[in-house]
Design a protein around this ligand. Structure first.
Ligand SMILES: *[C@@H]1O[C@H](CO)[C@@H](O)[C@H](O)[C@H]1NC(C)=O
Ligand SMILES: *[C@@H]1O[C@H](CO)[C@@H](O)[C@H](O)[C@H]1NC(C)=O
Length: 628
């Protein structure tokens, strides 16, 4: 296993330990049963969709929420599920709110999971209406990378178990998505059709708010589209985190509407277009004496073939010292030919083989003639196609008007399982969404915060007690107000810090893994150099000390500790002992305090013995001290 990944796992481990008691179901406060929501349901319009997942049986749940069973074929013709993830109906266990508060929970990690629900009746938004989408998301495990967004579909598929969640027949996508360094935002994607080109395009909200997926408590996400003025609003936990107008320039990328004019695709650059800024001078003429045929190199006219030179003798001959190897097979390897060597007689004579004259540079060489470059008088700059009216131009003036929404789905990939989704509302009323939030999210959040508060208070007070180990440990009361309540009520901050420290480590590791191998090597070497230097310093100090070299001063304390024993006659003075103790790393509490210490010397066998040194009050007489 990669040691760096191991390191990051340790980081998550720390967080897990911090909230461990809750994972075990060892809760600190009472968690009342979920209240009956039928009263709330009765207050909502019959056209609104509200899902609280309070199903009385698993079958009922699975009937309403259809897990994808779509199969896909692999290259080797085997089949497997295209969205293999699992889904559960269960009550969140980490920092719970209500007891028995069932929710839709992601049951798989590191795989694509898809589930969908067909609405009883379509929801569409017409002029002057609103669309309000709201749901809760809760993390129960540290999320490195994962989406928790919801899709509103316009599919007509009857059997959602065979629905291809990769199909792009959604109307909009809304919800948080967080993936280490790559993305951390609340997505809002609107799919709009250009009725002229009949093409659909995804419009992504620019400058989207942060995902908020960083705490193990429930978060409430709300999207409001108002077709009366084409405005929109995104809320997290009921607070507006982003608001604007869908039609405003720059709200979406790509822009909501195509450009009015486009470059003419049929136009092409005219042949005589002056696109070159410099041209060869057309008036320049090749000089009369410029002969392009003169070669650059010619045989040196001064150099003549020696009279003794013998062309008839070959320059290379077969090496007679070599013979056909035993393994050579003429049938397979062909006829064996001895390797060629330079004919030795060419050196004893004046020269043999083909005579080659020495070459010299030709003075008459001019090369190819080129006219001088001058600025182009007809320079017209870079050619650009002329603009024409965009034949597909269309102005979407009502992006908040939404086609029929027939189903909702979650189609997500997540590094961590157990993300829970609850209390989904899709309707046309902000008041209804607020009522849902007031009746479900708020009381739940207050229970979660209380639970977290108590747990963090306990963790915090234990931290404080750990530092204070010196006295009266019997009187410790970990649950009493050791910590000032006012000062540490910000329990979320604490857990936030723990998560952030994990994230810093994660970010570092992600960065480290992507840097060049060369730099990786450099960083590791630098780290090793520091480690080795530090340990060498320690070793050096020990060796110097064992050889009696005093590091702290050049006083007469520079002697081998062994000698102390020999000086039993009058014993070492208290000063000497203090200095030796200091050079060994021991610090005497104070020269006034009488104490007895045993110094165990290790490493060098010469000194592998115990020294017992008595340290006496400085004011006391030397005769009071003695070695034992
Ligand atoms: C809470 O709900 C569970 C299961 O529905 C039930 O067994 C239990 O008695 C309820 N507790 C209270 C206090 O109502
Ligand atoms: C929700 O609660 C807030 C504050 O608690 C209140 O101002 C608001 O009117 C409530 N909304 C509804 C629809 O009950």
């Amino acid at each position: 296993m990669n040691p760096l990944l191991l390191l990051s796992q340790i980081g998550f481990g720390t967080l897990a330990v911090a909230i461990n008691p809750m994972v075990k179901g060892d809760y600190r406060i009472e968690h009342p049963n979920m209240t009956d929501l039928s009263d709330l349901q009765s207050k909502l319009s019959s056209d609104s969709y509200f899902e609280s997942f309070q199903y009385s049986s698993h079958d009922e749940f699975i009937h309403n929420w259809v897990i994808s069973e779509l199969e896909m074929e692999h290259v080797d013709e085997t089949m497997s599920r295209a969205f293999p993830g699992l889904w559960k109906l269960e009550s969140p266990y980490l920092v719970p709110g209500f007891s028995n508060d069932l929710a839709l929970v992601l049951g798989s990690s590191q795989t694509r999971s898809a589930i969908a629900h067909k609405l009883d009746h379509e929801i569409s938004v017409k002029t002057k209406e609103k669309l309000v989408v709201q749901y809760e998301v809760k993390l129960q495990k540290m999320l490195e990378c994962g989406g928790a967004y919801m899709k509103l579909l316009k599919t007509n598929a009857d059997d959602l178990s065979q629905y291809d969640h990769s199909a792009d027949d959604y109307v909009l996508v809304f919800g948080p998505d967080s993936c280490s360094m790559y993305t951390n935002e609340v997505h809002f994607i609107l799919k709009r059709e250009n009725p002229i080109s009949e093409e659909f395009e995804d419009k992504y909200l620019t400058e989207a708010p942060l995902s908020g997926l960083d705490q193990p408590i429930t978060r409430l996400y709300t999207l409001i589209l108002d077709s009366a003025d084409q405005s929109f609003e995104i809320r997290i936990d009921g607070e507006v985190v982003k608001a604007g107008n869908l039609l405003a320039e720059g709200t979406f990328r790509p822009s909501l509407n195509p450009p009015r004019e486009i470059e003419d695709p049929s136009a092409s650059q005219p042949a005589d277009w002056g696109s070159r800024s410099m041209i060869p001078d057309p008036t320049a003429i090749k000089p009369e004496d410029w002969d392009e045929n003169e070669p650059k190199w010619i045989p040196d006219p001064m150099f003549k073939k020696p009279e003794e030179w013998d062309d008839s003798i070959s320059e290379y001959i077969e090496d007679e010292s070599r013979s056909k190897p035993d393994w050579w097979n003429d049938k397979v390897d062909g006829r064996w030919i001895a390797p060629l060597i330079v004919n030795p007689s060419c050196y004893t004579k004046q020269g043999c083989g083909k005579w080659r004259p020495k070459m010299v540079e030709n003075e008459k060489y001019r090369g190819t003639w080129k006219a001088e470059m001058i600025p182009n008088p007809n320079y017209q700059g870079e050619w650009k196609a002329p603009l024409i009216a965009n034949p597909n131009y269309y102005e979407d003036k009502t992006p908040a008007n939404i086609d029929a929404i027939t189903a909702i789905s979650f189609d997500i990939w997540s590094s961590a399982s157990d993300i829970s989704f609850d209390n989904i509302y899709v309707g046309k009323s902000i008041e209804e969404a607020e009522l849902v939030g007031n009746s479900t999210f708020l009381p739940k959040l207050s229970l979660e915060k209380k639970e977290l508060e108590v747990v963090m208070e306990k963790a915090h007070s234990e931290d404080v007690n750990e530092v204070d180990t010196s006295e009266e440990s019997s009187k410790k009361t970990p649950y009493k107000n050791v910590v000032d309540k006012e000062n540490h009520l910000d329990y979320l901050k604490l857990i936030d810090e723990k998560i952030k420290s994990c994230k810093t480590l994660q970010t570092f590791i992600a960065w480290f893994l992507q840097v060049d191998d060369l730099y990786k090597g450099f960083l590791i070497s630098a780290f090793m150099v520091v480690v080795v230097s530090i340990s060498c310093m320690g070793m050096l100090k020990f060796l110097m000390w064992s050889q009696g070299i005093d590091l702290s001063s050049s006083s007469n304390a520079s002697r081998k500790p062994k000698k102390i024993e020999n000086e039993t006659s009058d014993g070492p003075s208290a000063n000497t002992v203090t200095e030796i103790a200091a050079s060994t790393g021991y610090s005497t509490p104070s020269s006034k305090v009488i104490s007895q210490r045993t110094i165990q010397l290790q490493g060098d066998s010469d000194f592998d013995e115990e020294l017992e040194i008595s340290i006496v009050e400085e004011s006391g007489s030397a005769s009071d001290s003695e070695d034992k």
